[in-house]
Design a protein around this ligand. Structure first.
Ligand code: N01
Length: 500
């Protein structure tokens, strides 16, 4: 049973209490909220810093933003969408889908929007979380972090970047008031975001410099509009959409063999990528520049049919000399060349293993998540719990990320686990639940053992998958159905519990 809900004071301010507080309403926080509502629960709140649900799909509105996982799979299993317009959806359609699901399951009134969590501290005396937000304090018996891994833009530490006088913005904070038509533009980065942006602005800018630090591997994007009969079949013939989804899932899961178990098998993908590069980049100098020097899969494999053609345009240059400094109206590379520009698009990714959110969450011994991770790296248990953080669950915590299939599958696995954990917390009348150190250590030892032979460790690249200790603390190194079965039920025996 949940304890009595009373509003208390945190510091001098009265705090609003909720048995469960979920922070963030992207695919993960929203999905958990829907599950709790379906179970008939009303004792939860979702604190969302934005004005709407959607998370990264609400925030990433850059030209060309689209998913690189097929739409059939990139959706909740309980809310299949027969109306996807194409096999790989674009951002506006995904955001509309997420909004539609929030409306259908009627969970918006459980949200507090424009509510930015600025701190969360475990209070050992009350066994509650004290949560500071831009809308005042809250307390919770159970706190769920669903803030996502790709939410805090990573701005590169380049000399002079703050003195640039032209327009400058991050890919995840696109300035729609800015008109790049006829301007000299620089894109810094060549990751998943940049390769979607470049083809979508290349034709309208006067000149585009693409600053590449590492050439990515590119595979064909098997994207196409769905035909009307297909959509009718998805909608009206029972099982057709589920079968299509299962087939896509199974096909993608075969990649785990090469990525995690036997990296030489990735040569098949490398051969396809090399053939594509050869066919689409005819200029030998450009081909040399954009040929990757690591095993495919070590960094996220990208899919695009229009990136190489965009790079081959007369008004586009790929710059590989490394940025020395940014001046008020130009970028200077390490070879001394100065290129004048009017605008910079910073497509340099996100704080994944060093999110600023980690500085704001203090656990049982007073240490922040950032301090704990700094000491030992991002370690958790089933990506859902972390020692020293009682009564706290994580959506997309350590080692839940993927390079080959839909994160929504992992999210739904975690929803099963956390919803069951909350149920058991109440049924067993617990006051605290905290993962045992030995359970967490054994889980991580097994993860790192599996990761040793994976392409992310052996493929010869640097990536955000690895933390500063050199450990891969972001990716799941096995088949995703194994993750699903591991998280099917909450295993209370792996936790220390105190009864209420
Ligand atoms: O970021 P990234 P992203 N100077 O980290 C370069 C997801 N996503 O926003 O490779 C110069 O991948 C960096 O260079 P290097 C997806 O999970 C999904 O593109 O580190 N360059 C790299 O080229 C993805 O993995 C979709 O040498 C610097 C780039 O910036 C994640 O989001 C679509 C630099 C960063 O690439 C992030 O993608 C888009 C510096 N100081 C994104 N620092 C889907 O379709 C970094 N770089 C689902």
């Amino acid at each position: 049973m949940s304890r009595k809900v009373t509003d208390k004071a945190v510091g001098n301010q009265p705090a609003r209490h909720s048995h469960i507080v979920i922070v963030g309403s992207g695919f993960s926080g929203l999905g958990l909220a829907i599950r709790l509502s379906k179970q008939g629960r009303t004792d939860y709140l979702v604190l969302e810093r934005g004005k709407d649900v959607g998370g990264t799909w609400r925030d990433n509105t850059y030209p060309g933003a689209a998913c690189d996982v097929p739409s059939q799979l990139y959706s909740y299993s309980f809310a299949l969408n027969p109306d996807w317009s194409r096999s790989f959806s674009k951002q506006p359609e995904i955001q509309r889908y997420i909004q539609g699901v929030a409306d259908k399951y009627n969970v918006r009134d459980k949200h507090i929007f424009d509510c930015d969590m600025t701190g969360a501290t475990w209070n050992t005396e009350t066994s509650q979380w004290e949560i500071q937000t831009s809308q005042g304090p809250f307390t919770a018996d159970i706190l769920v972090s669903a803030v996502g891994a790709l939410c805090e833009p990573n701005l590169p530490d380049i000399k002079g970047i703050n003195d640039f006088q032209g327009e400058i913005f991050h890919s995840a904070r696109w300035n729609h008031d800015s008109d790049l038509t006829g301007k000299r533009v620089a894109v810094i980065g060549t990751g998943a975001s940049a390769i979607q942006i470049v083809p979508n602005i290349a034709a309208k800018v006067a000149h585009l410099d693409v600053y590449q630090r590492t050439a990515p591997w590119l595979l064909p994007r098997m994207d196409r509009p769905y035909l009307a009969p297909e959509k009718l079949a998805f909608k009206y013939i029972p099982g057709v959409q589920a079968v299509s989804r299962a087939a896509i899932y199974a096909a993608r899961e075969t990649q785990v063999v090469g990525l995690a178990k036997f990296p030489p098998a990735m040569r098949i993908f490398e051969t396809i990528a090399r053939a594509k590069l050869f066919a689409e980049v005819r200029d030998p100098e450009l081909r040399r520049k954009v040929t990757p020097n690591f095993r495919i899969g070590c960094k996220r494999m990208l899919i695009s049919n229009d990136y190489y053609p965009a790079l081959s345009r007369d008004n586009v240059d790929v710059v590989t000399d490394g940025i020395q400094e940014i001046k008020p109206g130009s970028i200077v590379t390490k070879d001394g060349t100065e290129r004048e520009i009017d605008a910079i698009i910073v497509a340099t990714g996100f704080h994944v293993t060093d999110s600023p959110v980690y500085d704001t969450v203090s656990g049982r011994d007073g240490r922040t998540l950032a301090e704990v991770f700094d000491a030992v790296g991002q370690q958790g248990y089933k990506g859902a719990a972390i020692r020293n953080y009682p009564n706290m669950f994580f959506m997309l915590g350590p080692n839940v990320g993927l390079g080959h299939t839909s994160m929504v599958y992992m999210i739904e696995s975690q929803i099963n686990y956390i919803a069951d954990a909350i149920d058991q917390f109440d049924k067993l009348n617990l006051r605290t639940v905290e993962v045992r150190q030995d359970a967490q250590d054994a889980f991580n030892a097994e993860l790192q053992r599996k990761l040793q032979g994976a392409v992310w460790s052996t493929g010869g690249c640097a990536s955000w998958y690895l933390d500063k200790h050199g450990n891969n603390t972001t990716l799941w190194p096995d088949f995703t159905f194994r993750f699903r079965s591991l998280l099917e039920k909450f295993d209370v025996s792996a936790y220390q519990t105190v009864s209420a």
